[in-house]
Design a binder for this molecule. Sequence first.
Ligand code: CTP
Length: 375
Amino acid sequence: MRDRGADVRCILTGNATNFVTPLAVQTLAGNKVFENTFSLTDEHEIGHITLARDCDLVVVAPATANLLAKMAHGLADDLASTALLVTDKPILVAPAMNFRMWGHAATSANMALLKSRGVHAVGPNSGMLAEGESGLGRMAEPAEILAAIETLLAAGPLKGVKALVTSGPTYEPIDPVRFIGNRSSGKQGHAIATALARLGADVTLISGPVKLADPANMRVIHVETAREMLGAALGCLPMDVAVCAAAVADWTVSNASKEKRKKDASGQAPLIELAANPDILATLSEKGSARPRLVVGFAAETEKVLEHARAKHQRKGCDWIVANDVSPQSGTFGGDFNSIHLITASGVEDWPRITKADVAERLAWKIADVLKGSP
Ligand code: CTP
């Protein structure tokens, strides 16, 4: 990694020092090695845990069954596990263990949990293991780990990928001054567009009327109505991935007036006639050869979240549905946090309650894994 220009800092666990000396690792890394022999309560030493935030990537090699279990359950009883709990950077693990440990239901469940949280893995491979037995559990070769690191750190794993994101509400005019709208802030959709652009995607954001500034490094198309949003989306095709995060109005006013509606002398309230709007997500999902390779929809539900979201997954024909609970007690609507269930063809992932920015980051990495192949 140093040959490739990386600045490498190593944390050695207690067990690691049984295999390699800190001095050898320090010489190879060209930087001070951090060991577990310090006090986490010492103010001078506590700064060491920020190690895991001042970097671009955290690599765990070898990742033992024990360390994976600690990561999965949030244990922090030494410097390495504490740093892993503190970091806000991508994590790559290279599992290495006895094949029975790798095959154990506990390790499988821990790996599934870690992957659902966005942790990347390389290996393990099949081959001769430390105990003299052969099987699946051998750490990936250093060259494979290096390739995985370079993929994750490359100019962006989504470089060359064209991404379309819809965000915000739509406004359906009643007359030139009045409209039917909704309270969507656009925070989640804009955060997803930003996260995709950060990973190198060529992003087009189609935004309904929101109070947010246009994010940097992307094309932003401003629209007002659902029809305009659909027209803009179709005009952008072909795309590799489409994320429909907009809260599109289901209905448009079919008797919208070109002039401002005036109060009737009789005092009678006007009748507003509604007609169904086109479904942008469903349209993109069935667009034949121009269909994006991955179409992601959202489901905002206030009750029976999974049941309704699964039905939406089927009905709209998209690949993934990001289901979120927007019941008043959840605080999701307009707030900064979100509780997500990701529905894919292979099942449901329950994500912990995290910020909308973290949801965006994790979703973007998941999209990168699928479109570019997981490292
Ligand atoms: N959507 C869309 N075009 C529409 C309506 C919805 O693209 N005309 C997309 C949204 O962007 C979201 C998903 O469909 O990704 C789910 O939208 P939602 O409003 O939750 O579902 P509805 O289809 O409106 O169903 P219901 O009102 O029954 O919940």
